[in-house]
Design a protein around this ligand. Sequence first.
Ligand code: T5A
Length: 214
Amino acid sequence: MHLNDPMLGRFITVEGIEGVGKTTNIQFIQDWLKNNNIPFIQTREPGGTELGEKLREMLLHGGDVCDDAELLMMFASRAQHLSEKIKPALKAGTWVICDRFTDSTYAYQGGGRELKLENISQLEKMVHAGLQPDLTLLLDAPVEIGRARAAKRGAFDRIEAEDLAFFNRVRNMFLSRAKAYDRYAVIDAAQPLKSVQSAIQLELQKLMTKADNL
Ligand code: T5A
C-alpha cells in the first residue's frame, strides 16, 4: 500500500527460518540505507517495544506456552509495535526494516504448529488491515544449513528446540507464501554471504527506483 503514497516510508521485512542470516544481512541493509541517505529505523518481532520485548522473553525463554497463547502473544506484540513504532515512522517518511513480521506467524504458528490459517488471517485483519510490507526479503536455505549456523550461537530457545519436521513445515509455508505475493523476493541464503548481499542490494535498488518514480 505504501508505494501509492510517496510521502510514506517504505516497509521492508526480512524473513526465513533460524540461522539463515537475517541479523547479518539486516546490518548490510542498514549500511546500504545509510549510504543512500535514507532515514530508517530497524526493529524486530516479537519485540520492538517495551511490551513486545517482555512478550518476547516469555515466548522464547519462558515456561510452557500453549499454541493459541503463542499465536495471540505474537499478535499482541505486533499490535503494540505497529501503534507505537511502525506506523508513526512510516507516516513520518522513515523507512522501517523489521526482522520478521506476520509472514513468520503464518510460517511458525500456521506451518510449524499447524494452527488454522483462517484464525491467523482474522487476527491479521484485526491488527493491520490494509498495511503490508512493501518488500519481504525471504532468506531461504535448507533447514539443515540454517540449524547448523544457528547452533554455533549456543543453546536453543523454546521455539528453536523444535524438530526438523517443524522447521521444514515452516520453510514450506514461507515458500508457498512467496509464490502467492508479489512483495516477496526469495534470496538463496545457502550461497556465500557476498552473493546473498548482491541479491539483496538488487532488490533494494528496485524498491528505491519504484519509490523515486512515484
Ligand atoms: N516467531 C517470530 C514466531 O514463531 N512467530 C512470529 O510471528 C514471529 C515474529 C524469533 C523467534 O520467534 C519466532 C521465530 C523465531 O523462532 P529471531 O530473533 O528472529 O527469533 O531469531 P532467529 O530466527 O532464531 O535468528 P537467528 O539469529 O537464529 O538467525 P539469523 O538472524 O537468521 O542468522 P544470523 O545472521 O545470526 O546468522 C547465523 C550465523 O550464520 C552465519 C553468520 O555469520 C552467523 O554466524 N551466516 C553465514 N555463513 C555462511 N554463509 C552465509 N551466507 C551466511 N549468512 C549468515
